[in-house]
Design a protein. Structure first.
Length: 598
């Protein structure tokens, strides 16, 4: 079956901030939080302090719950209260410090960091913050000492080495700064950062030949990395090589698709403007260190540590829009849409990211069930940018996610009308409109759009699965339909929804043995989906495994399907199935997590 409609997540996502895809063997910089019993022994009071212990433990546990839910404001508040109750408790001190860092409350974070270092001189996050604070104050000896003390583990060593190189540059020791970078690991991910920061430091030091050589090496190793392309092009434009800067940006666009950052920069350079360098001083260079590492960590699943490093980047450069966007993206992944909105609100209106950010904000509002506000936001963008398909597509996707298919259609129609000649990146908008037509029982129109989507992107599993499933359910184009579904499963063999489509197709065609095999596999992959469990119950009934069928139907009912489906399941639990399976409409052919057209 096609995946269920889970579009409270993003569908108009452009890649707002580049992310080198790095896989790291992490030794986490964050201390593992204690389990509840151990934590109780740490924060509990001695016998006779029952009342105080209740207040302390209550604040501590409330803070832990809030932290686990990434509710940083609330967690910081509770840990601060707990620390006030027990100011010498190292566990509470550390957690309060980390939360203040993640929340960007720098005065308190620095105060707590100094207290933490008195207790644990090797605490890496505290050392990093104190080093950054010292660098901001121009105390480079102290900064170097703090950064050196944080050098434990691969990520810590990377951040420490890059930071110390920038400190040496701030001291005027460019040669030592560049030689410091040579101490990095020979691993490809470390060398990527080495080349990039060698170029940035050489630029700040006024060594354009060294900078250009390092930029060229970094760009050659990762031409699709937008931040490197941006920094390289800015360097070239500053040094009078506009044609080469334009070539670099266009090469990046071919490797990574168009992006507001590169599009905006290209327009400025072609107009004769000379934009400033990415980093023009030590603080901005240090901001690049922590933004780059934080963005990579957050993108690879290291949410807590990624947030900390991103906040460090913002601490050093408060107007670093890319860091706010990366923060927002991390909050979105954690479904903390209120924090996502707060991060987006920090992006300046003159940023090339602004339009994308407003679209993202609409999806965050939708995630908070503030649908009217999301719609109003996008309607305003549609009026302000009448020739841009993205707000139209985004609003169509939000309405579609709420099964408001009739309302969504006009927005898809207007977006498609703006497309002169459909390209591969437009497949999703035809897919989305096709879904709406299918749900409104306008199959000829739906089929046309879905075929158009598949013509634009023949290997797109979403379209293959949707079209194939619907054809099987209609008992038309059966050979092609089965080929499409099998291809979707081959493309994504561990996708339970696609495997369910294949199993259900076998069931509809009467191949019950194959249906059992595929549907059992689908339930293994997606055990909490009610309709997959329902499908397995149906096929069990058909092969005579009636007790197991009732178990699956009961399981499906407990998973809280939509009421229309629940009614059918209750009927089957009472009466079983008729002798022949009824023809079902494409009830599970619901909209998917399709990305937006770009």
């Amino acid at each position: 079956m096609p995946k269920p409609s889970t579009e409270t997540k993003r569908h108009a996502m452009l890649e707002l901030a580049e992310r080198p895809i790095l896989r790291w063997s992490l030794l986490s910089l964050l201390i593992v939080f204690l389990a509840a019993p151990a934590a109780y022994s740490e924060v509990g009071a001695e016998n006779g302090e029952t009342a105080a212990k209740g207040t302390l433990l209550g604040n501590y546990l409330s803070g832990r719950v809030a932290r686990n839910e990434h509710d940083i404001d609330t967690a910081a508040e509770y840990y601060a209260k707990a620390l006030d109750e027990d100011p010498d408790n190292v566990v509470l001190l550390e957690q309060a410090f980390l939360l203040e860092v993640a929340n960007g409350d720098w005065n308190r974070a620095v105060t707590l960091g100094n207290r933490l270092i008195d207790t644990d001189p090797t605490h890496r996050i505290a050392r990093f913050l104190l080093g950054l604070n010292a660098a901001k104050e121009g105390n480079y000896d102290e900064a170097e000492k703090d950064f050196a003390s944080a050098r434990q583990g691969p990520i810590a060593d990377l951040a420490s080495t890059l930071s110390r190189a920038w400190v040496e540059q701030a001291r005027g020791n460019t040669d030592k700064a560049l030689s410091t970078l040579d101490g990095l690991s020979s691993a490809s991910w470390a060398q990527f950062y080495q080349r990039y920061h060698r170029a940035l430091i050489a630029d700040v030091a006024g060594r354009p030949k060294v900078a250009e050589r390092a930029y060229a090496e970094a760009f050659a190793s990762s031409p699709g990395t937008i931040r490197v392309a941006e920094a390289y092009a800015r360097h070239l434009a500053k040094n009078g090589k506009r044609d080469k800067a334009i070539t670099i940006l266009k090469t990046n666009m071919e490797a990574a698709a168009k992006h507001p950052i590169t599009e905006g920069l290209l327009e400025r350079i072609e107009a004769g403007e000379t934009p400033p360098l990415v980093a023009e001083n030590t603080n901005e260079g240090l901001a690049e260190v922590y933004y780059g590492i934080g963005d990579a960590l957050a993108g690879e699943g290291g949410l807590d540590l990624g947030l900390v490093f991103l906040q460090f980047g913002i601490y050093m450069k408060p107007d670093l829009d890319l860091a706010y966007v990366a923060l927002a993206e991390a909050y979105d992944n954690a479904e903390k849409y209120d924090l996502e909105l707060r991060a987006f609100d920090q992006v300046s209106k003159d940023s090339p990211l602004w339009l994308n950010v407003q679209i993202q904000k609409a999806f965050a509002l939708n995630g908070l069930e503030r649908v009217d506000e999301a719609q109003a936001t996008l309607e305003n963008l549609i009026k302000a940018y009448p020739d841009d398909i993205r707000p139209l597509d985004a609003l169509g996707n939000i309405l579609r996610s709420h099964e408001r298919y009739k309302e969504a259609l006009p927005y898809y129609d207007k977006a498609i009308a703006l497309i002169d000649e459909p390209q591969e990146q437009h497949w999703s908008i035809f897919y989305s409109r096709g879904v709406c037509h299918e749900r409104l029982k306008e199959w000829p129109k739906a089929e046309k759009d879905l075929k158009q989507a598949l013509d634009l992107k023949p290997e797109e599993s979403l379209v293959l699965n949707y079209l194939g499933y619907t054809w099987v359910d209609q008992k038309t184009n059966l050979k092609t339909a089965m080929d499409y579904i099998r291809k979707a499963v081959k493309l994504k063999p561990d996708d339970g929804y696609y495997v369910d489509s294949l199993g259900w197709a076998y069931y509809r065609l009467g191949n019950l043995d194959a249906a059992v095999k595929q549907l059992e596999r689908a339930v293994e992959l997606e055990p909490n989906d009610p309709i997959i469990n329902d499908h397995l119950g149906d096929v069990y009934w058909r092969v005579g495994r009636k007790l197991e069928a009732k178990y699956q139907w009961q399981q499906a009912l407990e998973l809280k399907p939509e009421e229309a489906d629940a009614k059918k399941i209750r009927q089957k639990l009472a009466d079983g199935l008729e002798d022949q399976p009824k023809t079902k409409a494409a009830e599970r052919a619901k909209p998917d997590d399709a990305p937006t057209a770009q």
